[in-house]
Design a binder for this molecule. Structure first.
Ligand SMILES: [Zn+2]
Length: 649
């Protein structure tokens, strides 16, 4: 028999399915009460409902709840050990499991108050950028009992249902070091449904005493994984027996099987090939789990507001981090917020100019304004747009120029109104299209990435990478573009490739102000992701040639033409040092090994001096492409972490 609980105006009702209709039982009984009476009485109640005169409800019109909407307890087990092996591999650990996994059937207690029905919307756990599902099946206890043998335990199972263990992977990984079990990573939601199916109904699917149900998980119609439930390493009988040791199990207690291997997202994560990952769940995604004999759940994922923040406690054992001070001379106080830098021109500054702490700008004309860049996450961009509102209320945003494709300049673009035209260089548009999903940056906060872990946590720990869907540019240009912003001339020029494949600067001639994007880092070290370096040096000359006196860098305090000359000087110095090392016969690997011998001179006090590694690599690729390996950003980041650990002067 297939049992359901469904919502009516008068509260929840219980019924049994006959063809495509629900036949209700007496109105004052819950499914937990019914199943507590045992299989015989349950069957009798079902047969009575099917033959009674009570008006049946078409299944298609009923709003199904979880069959047990509020179980007394929910234990989620880990019966398929391959799921755990696959998870380890996906997050960069060896597949081997500790001995305990082979000795004890693992389970944790899930939250009974967040059970959801088979077709209900599911909210993303607040603060999670890595929301996932897990296809499982659940066994439900009928009559209670304790100290059961596995054989007795099987007899106490009154039915089975689909179980979706919604999981916030990033929250789970953050909590993992606590090692006291699952918490906010797992208690966002658990789905049960659509039916509670009695064991007799599933007899045709038994193979060697185990249920062999074919399963498949889909997101937005695309299959993510499939498998069969008889590959369980631990049986339900065994886990229920284990759980019953010294504990009274009661009617309605739920046991999840653990994920059928492959039937969740995290197992498909690949640190070596992030592009192959299907992506974490996003607002509007539809997750469908199908299990032979048990039916199908179909749910839509919904975004949630950020959680209320808690202040960390002081760790008495931790050395305070080295203070990071941007020492560049500044024409204006280098403080977080909006600063007027010319008539109707503002800079938004975010000290200290390190990774993700980028600047933006606002240029107003009559009844119109142009934004230069967004910020690294949605809260930062929201804070900026809110602070600009007194100005943009009078001069509504009409244009936004994205100077280049890096996330700290693009990630807030979805917050711009529909009437804002987003403009970028053609090559920036191309790079943005191929960028990995922003939420993958959460890896820097939650994954153990070897010796570089601390460096990544320190640099990227402060940002919130959830919910980011960068809007692509509406208009692209090549080389140069002149805009009319409420009667004011604004010139946009692509001076790249240099920092990235295209690097736009925004010039306001009548105010003598130049926004340079990441062609300028002031008091912090430039990083040559793209090059050629000679082109960046030429870009410095072209920025100087604009004659602008007030210069807003992509990172660091407001400067003047001397700030451009300083970056030009740094790049020239890197070329000289790299060329000298190369001339001495050092390979790139050898040059990096001895990077502390590179004389950074006056540039050694700039923040993030370890970026010399990337810049050396870039120059070596120019000098000797055959002998210098091509390295991806992650590898270079890890090398910088190692160099930073050497404490450059
Ligand atoms: Zn930047």
């Amino acid at each position: 028999m297939r049992w359901v609980t469904y919502a009516t105006d008068a509260g929840d009702r219980v019924g049994v399915i006959g063809e495509d209709r629900i036949h209700p039982v007496a109105s004052d009984v819950s499914l937990v009460e019914l199943i507590g009476r045992g299989a015989e009485e349950l069957r009798a109640a079902g047969e009575a409902a099917l033959t009674s005169g009570a008006w049946p409800v078409p299944l298609a019109e009923a709003r199904l709840r979880a069959p047990i909407p509020r179980p007394p307890s929910v234990r989620d087990c880990l019966c398929f050990l391959d799921h755990m092996r696959n998870c380890r591999q996906a997050t960069g650990s060896p597949r081997t499991l500790e001995d305990a996994w082979y000795r004890l059937p693992a389970f944790y207690f899930a939250c009974p108050s967040t059970i959801t029905g088979p077709y209900d919307d599911v909210e993303i756990s607040p603060g999670s950028a890595w929301f996932d599902f897990e296809l499982e099946i659940a066994a439900v206890i009928g009559p209670g009992g304790r100290d059961l043998t596995p054989e007795q335990a099987e007899e106490h199972i009154i039915g089975y249902t689909i179980y979706n263990d919604w999981s916030a992977r990033d929250l789970q990984m953050r909590e993992a070091p606590l090692a006291i079990g699952q918490a906010k990573g797992k208690d966002g939601a658990t789905t049960l449904g659509p039916y509670l199916v009695t064991p007799d109904e599933l007899e045709p699917y038994r193979r060697g005493g185990r249920l062999a149900l074919r399963v498949e998980a889909k997101v937005n119609g695309t299959s993510i994984g499939s498998g069969r439930t008889d590959t369980m390493d631990w049986s339900f009988g065994e886990v229920v027996s284990y759980a019953s040791r010294g504990v009274e199990l009661v009617p309605g207690d739920v046991f999840g099987s653990g994920t059928v291997p492959g039937c969740c997202l995290v197992e498909h994560l690949s640190l070596t090939d992030p592009a192959a990952f299907p992506g974490w769940l996003r607002n509007g995604d539809v997750v469908e789990l199908t299990v032979e004999g048990l039916g199908r759940t179909r749910q839509t994922v919904r975004a949630t507001a950020a959680p209320y923040p808690l202040t960390p406690r002081h760790d008495p054992g931790r050395r305070p981090p080295r203070p990071r001070v941007n020492r560049a001379p500044s024409r204006l106080p280098y403080t977080r917020g909006l600063h007027e830098v010319g008539a109707g021109v503002w800079a938004w500054l975010l000290p200290d100019g390190g990774y993700g702490w980028s600047n933006a700008g606002l240029i107003t004309g009559a009844g119109a304004s142009l934004l230069v860049d967004t910020l690294f996450d949605l809260p930062l961009t929201t804070e900026m747009l809110d602070a600009m509102r007194p100005i943009t209320d009078r001069h509504p945003l009409t244009h936004a120029v994205i100077t280049h494709s890096d996330g700290d300049h693009t990630h807030g673009s979805q917050l711009l109104g529909e009437r804002v035209r987003i403009i970028a260089a053609e090559a920036t548009h191309t790079e943005m299209r191929h960028e990995m999903p922003p939420e993958m940056l959460t890896a820097a906060q939650v994954l153990d990435i070897g010796p570089a872990t601390g460096y990544f946590r320190e640099r990227f720990g402060a940002f919130d990478f959830s919910g980011i869907r960068p809007r692509l540019p509406d208009l692209t240009y090549e080389r140069e573009l002149t805009l009319d912003v409420g009667g004011r001339e604004v010139r946009v020029m692509d001076l790249g490739p240099a920092h990235t494949g295209a690097d736009s600067v925004v010039h306001v001639p009548d105010a003598g102000v130049l926004f340079t994007g990441d062609l300028l880092f002031v008091g912090c070290t430039p990083i040559v992701w793209s090059g050629p370096i000679a082109n960046w040096i030429t870009a410095c000359d072209r920025m100087l040639a604009t004659g602008a006196g007030t210069i807003i860098p992509g990172h660091g305090p407001v400067t003047d033409p001397d700030g451009i000359r300083a970056v030009r000087g740094y790049l020239t110095h890197v070329v000289e040092q790299a060329d000298a090392a190369h001339a001495r016969g050092l390979s790139f690997a050898e040059a990096v090994e001895t990077v502390e011998t590179v004389d950074l001179g006056e540039y050694a006090t700039w923040l993030d001096a370890e970026r010399i590694v990337v810049n050396l690599h870039r120059r070596y690729r120019e000098l000797d492409p055959a002998a210098t390996p091509r390295l991806d950003r992650m590898t270079l980041m890890a090398m910088m972490a190692a160099t930073a650990g050497k404490e450059l002067p």
